[in-house]
Design a protein around this ligand. Structure first.
Ligand SMILES: Cc1ncc(COP(=O)(O)O)c(C=O)c1O
Length: 423
């Protein structure tokens, strides 16, 4: 394989993009690295024929609990179920309000509605894409029971003010950490920043299984005990039920795969962070920062980049998306419609224009490939494709060219708009 395909590419400035395809995420490349260990673990499970919960799951809960610095970790069947179980464990139900972000995956809002509660959507901070604590404070009323911040794209929400607000008002905090395993806020891990943290092991997450999976973390031992019961129909043992739970258990096969992947998680996260730095340099070198806004890492955060979402300015996002897809560069919109404007939430009474930062984000964001195995060369290809999509000549700035033809992007260049706390 050529080590410097960008050289070939550069001599064709302005010409149509060469035939080359870069996916948004490449799980095949990731699996190649760990295949022997995964296959061995899977064979062991089949030999033992113990498929649900059991030792493998208990070991995984222990490993991932330590990783998250949580006293207790309770696995379940998906991130959605983790959110549902967390709300059930906190007795949130009919008529209770939970304040959350509308700029997130559907399950954040639907889990609240599914337990009979009312999601109260408030606007986001346009810089971090996360819930704005001031907006949360304004919406606290007599029926408010909890706040559900989302650590969107892998960067923690502004937890300190949120915790202060929650303590003052006597509210619980359910962290939707589904995209944020290993993310940190002021040195503490996502999942232990509130009352209970919820994780997803959907295959495209930074720690992704071979199917669905989820987990809750908490330092509250009583709550943990209840969550363990709720995930098995509320069974307290010997088919004795004092309350009604659900059936939401992690499979041993998933646990075995996840235990293997957990060992590589920090290495993969660091590769994602390196890729984010490379993008910062490349977007600057290709003079695209007037058209595209890059993600910002706020102080005191460890961003784990489950997604690398840029904003495409001047209403050009959809045009850029179409062009990137034509050029075979994987990209996606997370999320095209904020939850307060979803048809199923129409009875909550929200109208377009009510949460402007969330609506603007939905119109501007575009996720680019950031996965650990993405090469520097591929990243330059993505940036060049994006330049073409904007109708620019994909050319590095003179300064960047003078810095030397062999300099690999992101190695020695300054790190615009990134904090030192990133790794
Ligand atoms: C922010 C957020 N919340 C909740 C979920 C739900 O997780 P799952 O797909 O495992 O049910 C996801 C996963 O897509 C997510 O990204």
């Amino acid at each position: 394989m050529s080590t410097d395909r960008s050289q070939v590419d550069r001599s064709q400035d302005g010409a149509p993009a060469p035939e080359r395809s870069i996916p948004l995420i490449d799980l095949v490349a990731q699996h190649r690295e760990i295949a022997p260990a995964v296959l061995e673990a899977v064979q062991k499970i089949f030999a033992e024929q113990k498929f649900i919960l059991g030792d493998e799951v208990a070991e995984f809960e222990h490993d991932v609990g330590s990783y998250c610095d949580a006293r207790e970790s309770i696995s379940c069947a998906s991130g959605t179920d983790a959110l549902l179980l967390a709300l059930m464990g906190l007795d949130i139900g009919r008529g209770d309000e939970v304040i959350t972000s509308p700029f997130t995956f559907f399950a954040t809002g639907s889990s609240i509605a599914r337990v009979g509660g009312r999601p109260v959507f408030v606007d986001i901070d346009p810089v971090s894409f996360n819930i704005d604590p001031r907006a949360v404070e304004e919406k606290i009323g007599p029926r408010t029971r909890a706040i559900m911040p989302v650590h969107l794209f892998g960067q923690c929400a502004e937890m300190e003010p949120l915790c202060r607000i929650a303590t003052r008002a006597g509210l619980s905090i359910v962290e939707d950490a589904c995209q944020a395993i290993g993310a940190e806020y002021q040195g503490r891990r996502a999942g232990v920043l509130g009352t209970v943290g919820c994780f997803s092991f959907f295959p495209t997450k930074n720690l992704g299984g071979a199917g669905d999976g989820g987990l809750m973390t908490t330092d509250d031992l009583t709550l943990a005990k209840r969550l363990r019961r709720l995930r098995v129909h509320g069974d307290v043992g010997q088919y004795e039920h004092h309350e009604i739970g659900i059936n939401s258990r992690l499979d041993a096969l998933q646990a075995a795969v996840l235990r293997i992947k957990l060992k590589s998680l920090d290495q993969w996260t660091m590769a994602r962070q390196r890729n984010a730095r490379r993008y910062a340099v490349l977007f600057q070198e290709y003079n695209l920062l007037d058209a595209v806004e890059l993600p910002v890492v706020l102080p005191g955060r460890r961003h784990v980049y489950n997604q690398y979402c840029v904003r495409v300015l001047d209403g050009r996002r959809d045009e850029v998306l179409k062009s990137l897809r034509e050029q075979k560069v994987g990209c996606a919109i997370y999320y095209p419609k904020p939850l307060h404007l979803q048809t199923c939430f129409a009875d909550l009474g929200y109208k377009a224009g009510m949460l402007p930062h969330s609506e603007k984000a939905s119109a501007e964001v575009l996720a680019l490939p950031i996965y650990a195995e993405l090469s520097a060369d591929d990243q330059e290809h993505v940036v060049r494709a994006l330049a073409r999509a904007l109708g620019r000549t994909p050319k590095r700035s003179l300064q960047a060219v003078l810095a030397g033809p062999n300099r690999r992007p992101g190695v020695s260049a300054p790190l615009p708009r990134y904090s030192a706390s990133e790794e």
